[in-house]
Design a protein around this ligand. Structure first.
Ligand SMILES: Cc1cc2nc3c(=O)[nH]c(=O)nc-3n(C[C@H](O)[C@H](O)[C@H](O)COP(=O)(O)O)c2cc1C
Length: 200
């Protein structure tokens, strides 16, 4: 079967690609608006993109042409954001943050999550998240309705016990991120891992 995303299947691109390119990590992004009001929303068009300097990228789509989601709007105005990673323990709360609340309404309160201070940026991190990345906006690339937001990671908060300070490795038994599968309602757990040595 061949699908032509530049032609007849253009309108199906989201369901096809978001279903095939799985599992995807989830960024629960916290920002502040110009008045300092907290916003939180999940994005699975997300990944770490490089390490020198350390950069992450995620991609809010516009609500309608020219109308950005609150997260993209806030970052354009305030230039800072926090990527909170999502594990099994906060899966439901992450999903609650996807509710379309009016601009300025705090999704963290709605979801029962706790805002905690950051060190290098003004937006809060989420206390319950297993890890949070304090980011300064680097660039926004607009491609059609997509706003690809790239940020430099300035600080990383990791829940005690997740990171092994002796080996500098994440402890797999202490970290249970979830992944996004078929949209809109499917997710996966990530405990079923296997090791494969890389050829020399
Ligand atoms: C797991 C999950 C992943 C999502 N990923 C994206 C995404 O990558 N891009 C996007 O535009 N919306 C995504 N959404 C939808 C947004 O979270 C939703 O539109 C949210 O209300 C945006 O909030 P904001 O206007 O406060 O930024 C996702 C929703 C869920 C539940």
């Amino acid at each position: 079967m061949l699908l032509d995303l530049a032609g007849p299947h253009r309108d199906d691109a989201y369901m096809i690609l978001a279903g095939l390119v799985t599992p995807r990590p989830i960024a629960l992004v916290t920002t502040l608006d110009e008045q300092g009001r907290i916003n939180a929303a999940p994005f699975s068009f997300f990944n770490v993109l490089g390490d020198s300097p350390p950069i992450v990228g995620f991609c809010p789509g516009d609500r309608e042409p020219g109308v950005p989601k609150d997260t993209a709007r806030n970052i354009r105005l305030t230039h800072e954001f926090v990527v909170n990673l999502v594990d099994e323990a906060i899966a439901q709360q992450m999903s609650a943050c996807a509710a379309s609340l009016p601009p300025g309404e705090n999704e963290l309160l709605h979801a029962g999550l706790t805002a905690a201070p950051c060190e290098a940026v003004k937006p809060p991190r989420i206390l319950e998240a297993p890890a949070s990345l304090e980011c300064r906006h680097h660039s926004i690339i607009e491609i059609g309705d997509n706003r690809l937001i790239i940020g430099e990671v300035l600080r990383v908060h990791v829940r005690d016990g997740v990171f092994d300070p002796e080996t500098w490795l994440i402890r797999p038994d202490a970290y249970a991120p979830i992944g996004r599968m078929q949209s809109p309602n499917w997710y996966c757990k990530t405990r079923d891992m296997f090791e494969m040595r890389r050829p020399k």
